[in-house]
Design a protein around this ligand. Structure first.
Ligand code: 13P
Length: 306
């Protein structure tokens, strides 16, 4: 099938089956273009919570589809490629977190949405990079808090809020990999250009950023800024929306846009597997009802508070 045929067939199947396609900003441009809704993790969770579609096709990574299913236990959630995981989510195993809780019953567990449903079920509250600073302040000032799984985001929250959360030893391989030397190389070519970064980057890297925020916050900041040129420190999929919203502005990424520095899992979503998933209603994400019920509470709390 040609690309045009695939696009037309996806549109036809979506209509016929009352399906909605949700996509993260890190997916391929053609995936973002076919999606009904593109957003950051927070906006996607909100959209999943409010949709009246019968089928949700999630073009993102596994934990995002899980969140959509937890919020919609009676709906069919399709995942174009079930192997699209998240190294950050994998860095916190539920068994290890359960052991921590047993040994430290006085700690509240605050978890970044980039974690498995089993970790969510052990958490008191879920946050995304878009609401973490706001939500941590809803917890008692003197509370002992463990933040899982992203130590860079946790460290950023600690510095911004004056909290002293204990940090799980996890990170996103894409963002944690950016070094100040990588950034200096780009800045040498484009002196004076603003640096906009995601809080999953390391502390020393973020110290050189003019703005730090979630993917949606980065897009909004750049779109509202009078500046015309930016160094963008996150996964390159974000460039699609940035260029759409800001046709006159120029964007530079680290590593000259080398795709080997992209998130391989996000890039597993493509028109072929979206078409096949809608056609066959497979692969479908199924989850244990008890796990869904347990992990719903901290997600719902997040949605109510943010
Ligand atoms: P946001 O979507 O919250 O910006 O986070 C990016 C991310 O880690 C996606 O996995």
């Amino acid at each position: 099938m040609t690309k045009e045929d695939l696009v037309n067939e996806i549109k036809r199947l979506r209509e016929e089956k009352n399906a909605i396609i949700l996509a993260h900003y890190y997916t391929l441009p053609e995936v973002q273009e076919i999606a009904d809704f593109v957003g950051d993790s927070l906006a996607l969770a909100r959209k999943a919570a409010s949709t009246d579609a019968s089928i949700i096709l999630f073009a993102g990574v596994h934990f995002m589809a899980e969140t959509a299913k937890i919020l919609n236990p009676d709906k069919k959630v399709l995942v174009p490629d079930m192997s699209a995981g998240c190294c950050l989510a994998d860095s916190c195993l539920a068994a290890d977190l359960a052991r921590f809780k047993e040994e430290h019953p006085d700690y509240l567990v605050l978890s970044y949405v980039n974690c498995s449903a089993a970790v969510k079920a052990l958490s008191d509250l879920i946050v995304t990079s878009g609401n973490a600073l706001k939500l941590v302040n809803t917890l008692p000032k003197d509370a002992k808090i463990l933040f899982t799984p992203d130590q860079n985001l946790g460290d950023y929250i600690n510095r911004q809020t004056g909290r002293q959360m204990l940090l799980w030893d996890g990170m996103c391989r894409i963002h944690d990999h950016y070094t100040v030397d990588d950034l200096e190389l780009v800045k040498e070519s484009y002196p004076g250009v603003q640096v906009v970064a995601h809080p999953e980057c390391r502390r020393e890297f973020l110290a050189h950023a003019d703005f730090v925020g979630s993917t949606a916050a980065m897009i909004n900041y750049i779109s509202e800024s009078p500046d015309q040129e930016f160094i963008v420190a996150t996964e390159s999929g974000i460039l699609h929306e940035l260029k759409k919203r800001n046709p006159g502005k120029t964007f530079h990424t680290l590593f000259n846009g080398d795709p080997s520095h992209d998130c391989g899992s996000m890039k597993k979503n493509n028109l072929e597997n979206i078409y096949n998933a809608l056609l066959n209603e497979d692969p479908e994400l199924t989850m244990d009802p008890e796990l869904m019920a347990k992990s719903l509470a901290p997600i719902q709390k997040m949605l109510e508070l943010s």
